[in-house]
Design a protein around this ligand. Structure first.
Ligand code: ZN
Length: 67
C-alpha cells in the first residue's frame, strides 16, 4: 500500500500517520496532540482516495492516503 502523508512534519511521523489511519478506520478515538480534541476523519477532499484527519480547533490536519 502506498501511503503518502502530506504534512509539515518530517517523515518521522510517517508510521504515526499509518497507525492513526488504522485507528480511525476501526472507529477508535484519536486525540489531537495539542488540544486533546477528538480527531475526525473527513473524506470530502478534492482528491478521491484521500482523507483528512483533523481536530475541531484545526491545530491538527493530516492528509491520509486511503489507498
Ligand atoms: Zn487540536
Amino acid at each position: 500500500m502506498d501511503f503518502s502523508a502530506l504534512t509539515k512534519k518530517s517523515s518521522e511521523s510517517f508510521n504515526q500517520h499509518k497507525n492513526l489511519l488504522k485507528k480511525l478506520a476501526k472507529g477508535q478515538t484519536v486525540k489531537c496532540e495539542q488540544c486533546q480534541g477528538v480527531l475526525t476523519l473527513d473524506l470530502k477532499t478534492p482528491k478521491p482516495g484521500q482523507g483528512v484527519a483533523r481536530c475541531a480547533k484545526g491545530c491538527t490536519e493530516i492528509v491520509l492516503e486511503l489507498g
